[in-house]
Design a protein around this ligand. Sequence first.
Ligand code: RFL
Ligand code: PHB
Length: 393
Amino acid sequence: MKELRTQVAIIGAGPAGLMLGQLLQREGIDSIIFERRSREYVERRVRAGVIEHGIVQLINDAGAGERMQREGLVHHGIELRFDNVSHRIALSDLADGKSITVYGQAEVVKDLVGLRYGSGAPLYFDAEVTAIEGLTSDEATIQVSTPEGDVRVSCQYVAGCDGTFGVASRSIPTSELRRHERTYPYSWLGILAEAAPATEELIYCRHQNGFALYSLRSPSVSRLYLGVRPDETLDEWSDERIWAELNVRLATEEMPSVSQGPIIERSITAMRSIVNEPMRYGRLFLAGDAAHIVPPTGAKGMNLALGDVRELFSALVAKITHNDDRLIDSYSQTCLERVWRAEEFSYYMTQMLHPLFDDEFENGVQRARLRQAITSREASTVLARNYVDLNSL
Ligand code: RFL
Ligand code: PHB
């Protein structure tokens, strides 16, 4: 069996794993990234689109923001639409001039993969980590299955950036890990369409038929979502039905229809909230979706993942270069405070915008929350600051 050695073994080449690799590489700390999927797959995976103010700064500081600065779309507001009327939340006015950047997760991933290859630091695709051992001993080891055969890697630290229900969180003894979870009685059907968006800003919409979100990726590509029942499948949603339902839910007098074009990607995603505690076990650190999941209504998943990595990077540098344990010891606690805040905000946004068909009490509460969010300056300020830069509150 082939044997390798590194300071930090990183499992997963999503935004979390790739960003950690980039930051460590710039600091002269060795790492190897293992990704079980192909490069094409991870570079085409359509997911998040909204990057918070502080995370834009992190991406720039990491030297990975060149294309984002050119192609990312800076937004200063969002719309909350309900009862077929739109209300603007002036994000930047309410949040100290800060803004969000609309730039696809797939683009962040492509930029980071390009930098990794450019630096010559190791990144293996089609390489699945199958076991993690020695987490409480002097050295950790991971086993990796690759097309060329199995590899055994010895390392000081393991970064579990392997997404939901991955090998990293499964390697923590069940007696040491607590999982807190919520599932919701709806899913999101998302499409990417070659159509110039009919809106300049994102629209979060609550309609009696269900939730809808009008987002975008570029001046010629729209990203739209429909709240659907969790048991619905893509077979039940023809292109005609998707467009018709988007038009019904999103229509207002000023915007009677969305702009349509060929649908180039579609998927259904279940909505859930998960927090794994703690985010560290011995030499293993969990970051990103491996540690927590938020429903996408608050646009926080990728931002949280990159926020964890910022903490983990500082903690590993302090330990590896200065033998200072303080930050690795406080990593889990520091991250979890921010994670719970993001869980709270994502839960609030989710529960305000998804009507329940058989619960008029819940629907009444949702409408009252929406009215408060647009009429109370205090409420819209909290929403704006959480949306733009969760750390600012
Ligand atoms: P990822 O991106 O899932 O990457 C984990 C990687 O690990 C690999 N892997 C392994 N590799 C080797 N060996 C193993 N044993 C492995 N097991 C797994 C996987 O193949 C994968 O490549 O996790 P990471 O890096 O933590 O990043 C998290 C984000 O991807 C996620 O939180 C966001 O996409 C969530 N999200 C959003 N976040 C935002 O910040 N803003 C948004 O606007 C936003 N919109 C969304 C979203 C997620 C969505 N879906 C589809 C869940 C919209 C949607 C619809
Ligand atoms: C997206 O553009 O994919 C997107 C935007 C906002 C969200 C979730 C997803 O809350």
